[in-house]
Ligand binder design. Structure first.
Ligand code: ADP
Ligand code: MG
Length: 254
């Protein structure tokens, strides 16, 4: 939407926190997993946006991130690229913890990455991008949101769900029905965090992130994105992130 991707270097970017790793400069020299690089190129992306340059480098260093950036700054790639780069490199993992037989019999999806987003439209957009970047990889994306047939969504997840894009309310519902387990989560993303709070999702978000089977801050990577950084978002960042890098791109409102 009217964004000039060649002019991104003019946008002020500021990273604060303990020793932020240097951003990557372009997709080709970033030592990305070959399949991810191929899928990025196939999607028509030539130059990474500032959020993407930083997040790829932070992801590799295993650092949490709170990024404030306006609409259109490429935040979707900003979380998908570091998640997929690490996931393609590591390959699928065996389910962690608990009784293997119980896991085998349970019908719960055990995604390694969870992306929370406020609306049906936004989750669908993220899912469409994820499908392109996961193409021909072992990572199977799924999407769930409210106001749509839950049975169809459960069936979709039964076919395999490694990366789940969800609205908070529908995800709580699926967790309560035993259809999603959080025990394998390695990557947690809160996209449009300020909008999710404006829509009243804080209780659902807290129920998800503070659920007993969700790996704690030390055993997952958490990325938060928000256009603004008011007090309630600062609190969430304090509770959900560990030793995080604060990235601001362009002018950020309070
Ligand atoms: P945000 O979530 O910050 O609003 P998006 O990730 O939705 O931004 O990206 C906005 C638009 O720009 C989308 O159409 C997306 O496909 C495109 N886009 C994002 N990053 C790049 C890039 N590096 N090169 C080309 N197009 C991009
Ligand atoms: Mg977005």
């Amino acid at each position: 939407t009217g964004i000039n991707f060649e002019k991104y270097d003019d946008i002020p970017v500021d990273a604060s926190g303990r020793d932020p790793p240097a951003p990557i400069t372009n997709f080709d020299d970033a030592d990305l997993e070959p399949l991810l690089l191929e899928n990025i190129k196939m999607s028509g992306y030539r130059v990474p946006t500032p959020v993407q340059k930083s997040s790829i480098s932070y992801g590799r260093a295993g650092r949490d991130m709170m990024a404030c950036a306006q609409t259109g700054s490429g935040k979707t790639g900003g979380f998908l690229f570091p998640i997929l780069n690490e996931s393609f490199r590591k390959g699928p993992c065996e389910p962690q913890g608990g009784d293997g037989r119980a896991h085998y019999r349970s019908r719960a999806a055990r995604p390694i990455a969870l992306i929370l987003s406020p609306t049906r439209e936004l989750t669908s957009q993220i899912f469409d991008e994820a499908r392109k970047f996961c193409y021909r990889s072992w990572v199977r994306p799924c999407v769930v949101y409210g106001g749509a047939d839950i049975v169809g969504q459960m069936r979709q997840m039964e076919r395999g769900c490694d990366l789940l894009v969800a609205t908070p309310g529908r995800l709580v519902d699926l967790i309560e029905r035993g259809r999603v387990s959080l025990s394998n989560i390695r990557y947690l993303v809160l996209d449009e965090a300020d909008r999710m709070l404006d829509m009243g999702f804080e209780p659902q978000i807290r129920r998800i992130v503070e659920k007993e089977d969700m790996p704690g801050v030390d055993s997952r990577h958490t990325l938060m994105f928000s256009a603004t950084f008011p007090r309630d978002i600062q609190m969430l960042a304090r509770d959900f992130l560990k030793d995080y890098i604060f990235l601001s791109v362009g002018r950020v409102g309070a």
